[in-house]
Design a binder for this molecule. Structure first.
Ligand SMILES: Nc1ncnc2c1ncn2[C@@H]1O[C@H](COP(=O)(O)OP(=O)(O)OP(=O)(O)O)[C@@H](O)[C@H]1O
Length: 579
């Protein structure tokens, strides 16, 4: 390994030999078998159980037992052949008691295992790992099994959460029992609560002993939303919950400010680590939300520095996402210990409550016409429209602005305040249509979005799942429309597969297309405009001329500031020796 490269990168080429022990832990085994194997008291009871079965098949009494029987007493016609002593009887009872207890325990355990597997089956929960805790039947088990404080149960009730969602049923007990976890569950299925609730329960109370939990999110918007959700859940218990802003990352010394839970994007936290503004050595819980995004190449180094800085050996790490590619699991296994894997439904599938549709738009112009037509016929706001770049977001915004539709756009060229306003206005219903790049494709919880339109074809199946997952959340229904052009056809099969896996109708020819080796699909597209092409060209030329003119003006103004007229000569005021 290169010097300075950390263990996280070592996992990129997952060495199965080197990690044979860890790897073997994740080999699939029957859950019930495992639970039985792992309970120490059953290790003693197991041979006995086997013996019982043997006894049923073969009526021969084992030597040991016969001997003991003879020692105790064998009444023949009412007379004891051997003298029975009180102490022998007592000894027999003593021996029998734990055996009975063990067999009772075993019966109980088997019943529990049956209940667990039924509950998991009903909720489509798939688990693997050692000795996995029982799923929750209801929220009140949080207090009966784990001593949850009443403030948290009150908050759940206040939020109207009557029953745990499938991911919450299983991931909460896993984390509460101190186990690491990687979890994959559909979009909008309540993953946030699945990691926030056990975190609050384990941290118990606010403290000033430094940062104890970190949640990493791939975007500022999601970090902001998670902070708000965390605060809602913690209401009534004065935890210090902080969102890492740029300002805090640069200038605030966290050793001087109390912080129990820190929520950040990887970039900001890495900056604070580099500037020695945070000490993460006491962190007990680390959550990587949207973990597959965080494990993408662009963010991997930042994640690595956070993982390294969280040096507490008893840290509990967990990964959550609606999509969990195999490479992320393999990478995660190299850093996690005895982790439990929880998958709800099938891995990498879209939420079943979304009606998905493909629309052939032919060309870029066709897309705009199709969009206008669907707005005229059946606009059912709020609607979220995804495009592939910030330039295209601006172009489409320009086109829709004059259509008497309350529209706004969000992309990375906007300031943070502008981005926040766009999200807030959409949430508050001030705008009906939000045009967005993939910056808000993941994790954002807009409660009532009715329809997601993929104006530009998504660049991967995962992007598709996350984008359309902005509607159809928490059991609500939603609609997803994906426009495609000739350029997108080779990539249609990946999306068609996702659609078909969640029970939507897909044209058979799309499923029969050749399998593409996946690479990000972002083709060059004509600009979004209904202007005829020659007009478009002249508008573009004019735009360019105006831009050039304004840059020249700025330059001239700057230069004239640095020059003065001395006598009849114009001289430079800039010290030429310094330039
Ligand atoms: N037990 C529950 N009962 C009802 N609603 C719930 C429950 N838990 C969470 N929710 C609600 O479900 C919605 C989706 O939750 P959340 O944002 O955590 O989903 P998610 O699985 O993280 O989605 P994504 O994959 O898009 O990030 C939220 O509005 C949340 O308030």
């Amino acid at each position: 390994m290169e010097e300075g490269t950390s263990f996280l990168f070592a996992g990129v080429n997952f060495n199965r030999k080197k990690f044979a022990v860890d790897f073997s832990r994740f080999q699939k085994k029957k859950e019930s078998e495992k639970a039985i194997e792992d309970l120490s008291f059953l290790e003693i009871a197991k041979p006995e159980a086997e013996q019982e079965e043997e006894e049923e098949e073969e009526p021969v009494v084992p030597v040991k037992k016969r001997k003991r029987k003879a020692e105790v007493s064998e009444p023949v016609e009412g007379i004891s052949v051997f003298k029975t002593s009180k102490s022998a009887k007592a000894a027999k009872k003593e021996i029998e008691k734990p055996l009975i207890e063990r067999s009772e325990q075993k019966k109980k355990l088997n019943k529990q295992l049956e209940r667990d597997s039924l509950l998991r089956k009903d909720n489509n929960i798939h688990v693997s790992g050692n000795n996995i805790p029982s799923p929750l039947e209801n929220f009140s088990e949080l207090s009966s099994r784990y001593g949850c404080e009443s403030y948290l149960l009150c908050n759940l009730a206040e939020l109207g959460f009557k029953e745990p969602t499938p991911i919450q049923r299983q991931a909460i007990p896993v984390l509460l029992s101190g186990r690491e976890c990687f979890a994959c569950a559909p979009t909008g299925s309540g993953k946030t609560l699945a990691f926030v609730c056990p975190m609050l329960m384990k941290l118990k109370h606010a403290s000033k002993d430094g940062i104890r939990a970190v949640i990493l999110c791939p975007t500022r918007e999601l970090a902001d939303q998670t902070t708000r959700e965390c605060k809602k859940m913690a209401k009534g218990n004065k935890f210090y919950i902080k969102l890492m802003t740029k300002e805090l990352a640069r200038n605030s010394d966290f050793s001087k400010r109390p912080c129990d839970i820190l929520i950040s994007t990887p970039l900001r936290l890495q900056l604070a680590i580099r500037k020695k503004k945070v000490d993460l050595s006491r962190v007990e819980y680390l959550v990587l939300d949207e973990s597959d995004k965080l494990f993408e190449l662009g963010l991997l180094k930042q994640i690595d520095s956070v993982v390294k800085a969280c040096s507490n050996p008893s840290i509990i790490r967990s990964l959550f996402s609606a999509t969990l590619p195999d490479f992320v699991e393999e990478l995660a296994r190299t850093i996690m210990h005895d982790a439990v894997r929880v998958i709800i439904g099938r891995k990498n599938t879209a939420s079943k409550t979304i009606k998905q549709k493909l629309v052939f738009a032919g060309s870029e112009e066709g897309k705009l016409l199709a969009l206008r037509q669907s707005f005229a016929e059946s606009l059912n706001p709020p609607v979220l429209i995804f495009v592939q770049s910030k330039e295209r977001a601006k172009e489409l915004y320009g086109e829709l602005l004059f259509e008497n539709i309350r529209v706004s756009a969000i992309h990375s060229d906007l300031s943070q305040t502008q981005r926040e306003n766009a999200v807030d206005d959409f949430r508050a219903g001030k705008t009906w249509v939000l045009i967005a790049t993939d910056v808000i494709a993941r994790g954002m919880d807009f409660k009532g979005v009715n329809c997601v339109i993929n104006y530009d074809f998504p660049d991967s199946a995962a992007a598709y799942i996350h984008r359309i997952g902005r509607c159809g959340r928490a059991g609500r229904s939603g609609e997803a429309i994906t426009y495609y052009t000739e350029a997108d056809i080779p990539y249609l099969r990946n999306i068609a597969n996702v659609m078909s896996a969640s029970g939507c109708e897909v044209p058979s020819w799309a499923m029969a297309l050749r399998k593409q080796k996946w690479k990000k699909h972002r083709p060059g597209r004509e600009s979004i405009s209904t202007q005829p092409k020659d007009e478009q060209e002249s508008t573009n030329k004019k735009k360019k001329r105006d831009e050039q003119e304004s840059t020249n003006k700025k330059k001239r103004r700057k230069m004239s500031k640095n020059r003065a007229i001395v006598g009849d000569r114009e001289v430079s005021l800039v010290d030429s020796s310094k330039t």
